[in-house]
Ligand binder design. Structure first.
Ligand code: ZN
Length: 452
């Protein structure tokens, strides 16, 4: 069947990387963007379909680079609402260790649906819980991703340093290095797609300095090099973590990262808050990416990521909502607003514009995932788009359409396209029984707590 050509005609506004005026619209051919049209310009080729976009603001599909989908089952849980990272984790680990495959599947569907409705087209997840019975957690995630039609970078997380050996997680939540590496290689062989348009990719993601051994960090770096994969972990999130690294390894976090072979362009780090100027320079020189997670960092009172210094040094910066036990939403357009405001507190209003924050959520995030086929509206790139309408009460009286999305608090896209396919239409996900999903997910969340 020949590829369909569609003209998204004359949008209200278009967010293009170089501020190119594309108010004539976009031409989509098959799964790619074929043309960007100036105001008044018409498509070069006849189109099979015309979509009137006059009420829509067009963005590249937003890209989320850090999450823990399973945590949607433990949102706003009273015992940890007012806790910082370490006690928050220590209370939650035993709950999470009871997770079943069915519960995980529901949690993934909820997180992905929520992301999709917020304009997200590619989602990275960091899953590091593989208790008995949940050894095939990533397979469960792949199934949920395929069901909803987003792209995903599923990070095969791991924990190998339990309490008995001086780590933070309970012993029954950790796996042996051998089991972790064997499963990682299996997943890469089975699911990892390469090249433009990939839907599912696998990354290697030991959880954090306080939950894994040096050996698994080194072995993951070697496997990533051998199989050409991305590396992901939490780093420099809190001062507790820094103290742990100094005490256990005699190293600050970035020295530790370098010592295990991770200071390079394959790596992207969640949080990246507590760096000194020398460390920022080294991260930039290495091209190591940082995923900024503003809501989580505010909720756990972890600190503020030095985004502008990192970018000035050469480190790519992207955005992540982080897990739903510390956000507790999975809404990427609202997270972009949080990034705008939190970073203004650090760097001032003039430096941090809505366009800069949207740049983190799109092409910045794409760089963290090592992708040059998504994250921008440009000819030849994948047709991954988020369309927002400004017809809600909250936008009434607004003037600049791109600014209005963040300043007026957009929280829901009207339409989302992934690889030329509409995955959100009039704010709804075709084929998904949302009410049924919410009912099942709420029940699973209660069951998880009751099982303790
Ligand atoms: Zn996280």
């Amino acid at each position: 069947m020949p590829a369909i050509r569609t003209w998204l005609k004359r949008p209200l506004a278009c967010f293009t990387a170089n501020a190119l005026d594309a108010r004539g619209g976009l031409v989509i051919h098959g799964n790619r963007i074929e043309e960007l049209l100036a105001p008044g310009q018409r498509p070069a080729q006849p189109c099979d379909q015309v979509f009137d976009a006059r009420e829509h603001v067009l963005l590249p599909g937003l890209i989320n680079t850090h999450h823990h989908f399973y945590q949607t089952l433990t949102r706003a849980w009273a015992p940890v609402i007012n806790q910082p990272l370490f006690p928050w984790l220590q209370q939650l680990y035993p709950v999470w260790a009871r997770l079943t495959p069915q519960q995980l599947h529901l949690a993934c569907q909820v997180a992905l649906a929520e992301l999709l409705r917020s304009g997200c087209t590619t989602a990275a997840d960091h899953h590091y819980l593989f208790p008995t019975g949940l050894e095939e957690a990533i397979d469960v995630q792949v199934d949920a991703v395929r069901g909803l039609g987003l792209r995903a970078m599923l990070s095969r997380g791991s924990m190998s340093l339990g309490e008995a050996d001086g780590g933070l997680p309970p012993q029954h939540t950790v796996q042996s290095a051998e089991a972790i590496l064997r499963d990682s290689e299996r997943l890469v062989g089975r699911y990892h797609e390469r090249g433009a348009g990939a839907q599912v990719q696998i990354a290697l993601a030991p959880c954090s300095p306080f939950s894994v051994t040096r050996e698994i960090m080194q072995a993951s770096a070697e496997m990533a090099e051998r199989l050409d994969l991305r590396l992901h972990t939490h780093l420099a999130e809190t001062l507790d973590e820094e103290a742990f690294c100094l005490q256990r390894f005699g190293l600050r976090t970035v020295d530790y990262l370098a010592s295990v072979g991770w200071l390079g362009p394959r790596t992207w780090l969640a949080h990246g808050i507590h760096f000194n100027p020398d460390e920022i320079a080294r991260l930039g020189a290495a091209g190591t990416g940082i995923c900024h997670c503003p809501s989580s960092n505010m909720r756990l009172a972890s600190g503020i990521c030095p985004t502008q210094d990192l970018e000035a040094a050469g480190a790519p910066v992207g955005l992540g909502v982080d897990g739903s036990a510390s956000n507790d939403a999975s809404n990427l357009i609202l997270e972009t607003r949080q990034a705008l405001y939190l970073q203004r507190l650090r760097y001032g209003a003039a430096a941090i514009t809505p366009e800069r924050a949207l740049g983190w959520a799109t092409r910045g995030s794409a760089r963290l995932l090592g992708r040059d086929d998504i994250g921008q509206l440009a000819p030849g790139l994948q047709a991954d788009l988020a369309l927002f309408k400004l017809d809600d009460l909250r936008y009434s009286g607004s003037h600049d359409p791109i600014g209005a999305l963040l300043l007026c608090g957009a929280d829901r896209a009207d339409r989302v396209m992934v690889g030329g396919q509409w995955r959100l239409v009039d704010g709804e996900i075709p084929g998904l029984d949302l009410a049924g999903l919410i009912a099942d997910h709420r029940q699973a969340a209660s069951a998880l707590m009751r099982a303790g």
